[in-house]
Design a protein around this ligand. Structure first.
Ligand SMILES: Nc1ncnc2c1ncn2[C@@H]1O[C@H](COP(=O)(O)OP(=O)(O)OP(=O)(O)O)[C@@H](O)[C@H]1O
Ligand SMILES: [Mg+2]
Length: 285
């Protein structure tokens, strides 16, 4: 679908279009990135599903802090035909000044957190109890910021002190408090729906008055690790909700993880769509 606004950014998954100097249109595409490489084949409807999940959380968590919605609908800013075509995958949002760190919250131990813990007994400089294993629930959720990498690089976990140095102590404190509050409420709710939110990444921005505002996407399978309560087992690596089929298939294909990725078979793509849809259904029904 052609959009008659000026494209200002094309990310791994989302495209941004300028509406005016205060607002932009964020369109979630069906692109999937695995191991930081964007696959050639889109995952049909993925962008719509992600947008619905994100919108659900933005609304549910709006009592905790302001978010980037302007209140406009896509029909207010696009010709009718264009708006109809993208209405389920696009939102009108405020153009914020991004806070330049990744605000990660972890409730369970896995991934780069587990790797750090095994090497140092800490994550981002935070000491954790001894004897934790893969997928252990942490005594309480922890804020583990990482620095936003330049395109093509991997993000690096940083200590809270480094985070304070990068964005200022006052903002760091606000971000940490907000991220923990958002995660805690969301994780409690998701658990009642059979989903464990292992960890997640929030992005924040500052509005024109300097108010901290939740932006980007919120608590989707792309920005989080979702595990099913049914298959969760401490000591194992629980299958994650989203890219598991694609990742497993890619791992077994012998691919060297350099672009381009091999062509993913249709049944793997279908299973992936089904998992995204399942996450949306479980959370919102
Ligand atoms: N309200 C907002 N104001 C300004 N920037 C925003 C807002 N909401 C989201 N963004 C930015 O829009 C982009 C969304 O695109 P996408 O998530 O596909 O990018 P990405 O490949 O993850 O890129 P990045 O590495 O910059 O996050 C991100 O860079 C995100 O930080
Ligand atoms: Mg992103």
């Amino acid at each position: 679908m052609q959009i008659s606004l000026k494209k200002i950014y094309s990310g791994k998954v989302r495209d941004l279009y300028e509406i005016d100097d205060k607002r932009m249109l964020m369109v979630a595409t069906d692109r999937l990135s695995a191991f930081d490489v964007i696959l050639d084949d889109p995952i049909p409807r993925k962008g719509e599903i992600l947008t619905q999940i994100s919108n659900f959380w933005f609304n549910k968590l709006s009592h905790i802090m302001p978010n980037h919605f302007t209140g406009d609908s896509v029909f207010d800013v696009l010709p009718k035909e264009e708006a109809e075509a993208i209405q389920h995958r696009a939102v009108v949002c405020k153009r914020l000044t991004p806070v330049k760190i990744e605000s990660i919250v972890r409730g369970y131990l896995t991934g780069s957190g587990l790797k750090d813990y095994k090497q140092t007994g800490t994550i981002c400089g935070l000491a954790l109890p001894e004897g934790l294993v893969e997928a252990s629930k942490l005594p309480q959720p922890i804020f583990t910021p990482s620095s936003k990498a330049e395109v093509g690089d991997h993000d690096i976990n940083i200590s809270y002190e480094e985070c304070e140095r990068q964005i200022g102590a006052e903002l760091a404190e606000q971000v940490k408090k907000a991220a923990l509050a958002l995660y805690t409420e969301a994780a409690e709710y998701a658990l009642t729906k059979g989903i464990i939110i292992c960890d997640t990444k929030f992005e924040f921005g500052l509005d024109e008055d300097g108010a901290l505002t939740l932006m980007d996407e919120v608590l989707t399978p792309d920005s989080s690790r979702f595990w099913s309560v049914d298959t969760y087992q401490e000591g194992t690596n629980p299958p994650s909700f989203d890219k598991q089929f694609v990742r497993d298939w890619l791992e077994n294909s012998g691919w060297n993880k350099q672009a381009p990725a091999p062509k993913v078979p249709a049944d793997v793509i279908e299973k992936t769509v089904a998992k995204y849809q399942e996450a949306l259904d479980l959370l919102t029904k």
